[in-house]
Design a protein around this ligand. Structure first.
Ligand code: DQA
Length: 147
């Protein structure tokens, strides 16, 4: 499989517009372009989605079981609330990397716990939107360990 899913949770459609002092100025369209460029370097394609609805994210994770070599996920606020997204990821075997644009550990205590981190193979926090590119590189190296 040469497809990597990049899934984004609620309010990330406003990336670049909401609280830029926390989330920066890059839009989600910019992030998608960055992800596609990095994935292409390694011969992978990206399927990029964002939703404000928990069930859509769960449905994409189920779809990824058949389609994807790995998942990069920023579940946004669902990170801190969703056992359902954790359960869906637990039913997905290939690598999962969790990304947060902001450093959640520097913020309110309710952002310090992540259900998704119970499943993620790695977590990238506070590196801005660059974290997505690093997550894709990590997925590729987990799938194809260096010789
Ligand atoms: C976020 C951090 C979450 O706590 C928050 O609810 C988000 C974005 C991040 O990328 O920094 O919406 O996941």
């Amino acid at each position: 499989m040469s497809l990597i899913y990049v899934l984004n949770g609620p309010n990330l459609n406003l990336l670049g517009k909401r609280q830029p002092h926390i989330y920066g100025h890059e839009t989600l369209a910019d992030v998608e372009a960055d992800c596609c460029r990095v994935a292409l370097e390694f011969g992978y394609d990206i399927r990029f989605h964002q939703s404000n609805r928990e069930y859509e994210i769960i449905d994409w994770i189920h779809e990824a079981r058949e389609e994807a070599a790995g998942i990069v996920i920023n579940p946004a606020a669902f990170t801190h609330t969703s056992v359902a997204i954790l359960d869906a990821l637990n039913a997905f075997e290939p690598p999962v990397i969790e990304v947060h644009v902001s450093n959640v550990h520097k913020r309110e205590t309710f952002r310090h716990h992540s259900f998704v981190s119970h499943r993620a193979d790695g977590v990238i926090v506070g590196l801005g939107t660059e974290g997505y590119q690093l997550a894709i590189r990590r997925i590729v190296s987990l799938i194809r360990p260096p010789a």
